[in-house]
Design a protein around this ligand. Structure first.
Ligand code: PGA
Length: 242
């Protein structure tokens, strides 16, 4: 595990975006797993800047997002599909046909999970998976439980996750109860994982996840088993490692 802490959020964003742009420059047809939430926003902003400066092209890149809310259509401003357009995709030259996000609006979410796994299996392995970290130790929407699911699946969101995400909704009562998430199988199969953690409120969980017992009640603890894990934190999140 390669663990790095940064004195400012700008430097952290720069370094994390650099991992992605370096990969794309050396492997233009890279397959990249992307995340949503508050953590990646600044990373995506930095990626957009280097694209606009002509330093990188995403023309041949394929992306897979970790998750989507059940019941959210692409047009829904709260959907992760919409988030990705807003924060990254519409600003860069990634090809729409190479973008993969589970469709939360389908009538049969279980069938959508199988379809997503078929697409993941077709590419074989993600070159890089970008991850944020939930306060309860979730990765993607793989919530703490007595067992974890390897494949893409429908998950009931925990109350603490719905509360944490309520900040993105005008009406907190509208936070969906379920999501489709990539399972831990595809995440851990990625050639490289970049875990980005920001803020003092994540200091305890990132320390527990990376140094504590490996157990499904803390899904991020499974990352300890990955042979090529890079962890980037700001000083607040990394304070227990000093
Ligand atoms: P955040 O969410 O980036 O909005 O803190 C991370 C996560 O829940 O995985």
């Amino acid at each position: 595990m390669n663990m790095l802490t940064f004195p400012s959020e700008a430097e952290l964003n720069e370094a994390a975006a650099g991992v992605i742009t370096d990969l794309v420059r050396t492997k233009p047809h890279a397959v990249i797993g992307l995340a949503t939430g508050g953590t990646p926003v600044g990373i995506y902003r930095t990626m957009i800047r280097s694209y606009q400066n002509g330093m990188v092209s995403y023309q041949q890149v394929t992306t897979f997002n970790l998750d989507e809310y059940v019941g959210c259509s692409v047009e829904d401003p709260q959907s992760y599909a919409c988030y990705m357009q807003e924060h990254l995709f519409r600003h860069i030259d990634v090809q729409p046909m190479n973008i993969h996000i589970p469709d939360g609006s389908v009538r049969d979410p279980e069938a959508e999970c199988r379809r997503y796994d078929e697409r993941l299996e077709a590419v074989g392995q993600l070159d890089l998976q970008l991850l944020g970290l939930g306060h309860n130790g979730h990765i993607g929407f793989n919530e703490p439980d007595h067992s974890l699911i390897s494949s893409t699946h429908v998950v009931a969101l925990r109350d603490e996750t719905r509360q944490a995400n309520a900040r993105f909704f005008d009406d907190p009562g509208r936070v969906p109860t379920h999501a489709i998430t990539m399972g831990v199988g595809a995440i851990l199969k990625a050639k490289k994982i970049l875990l980005v953690v920001k803020g003092s409120d994540k200091a305890d969980i990132v320390h527990r996840a990376l140094t504590g017992e490996i157990k499904t009640e803390c899904p991020a603890s499974l990352l300890q088993t990955h042979p090529n894990l890079v962890v980037m934190m700001d000083e607040e999140a990394g304070r227990h490692f000093r």
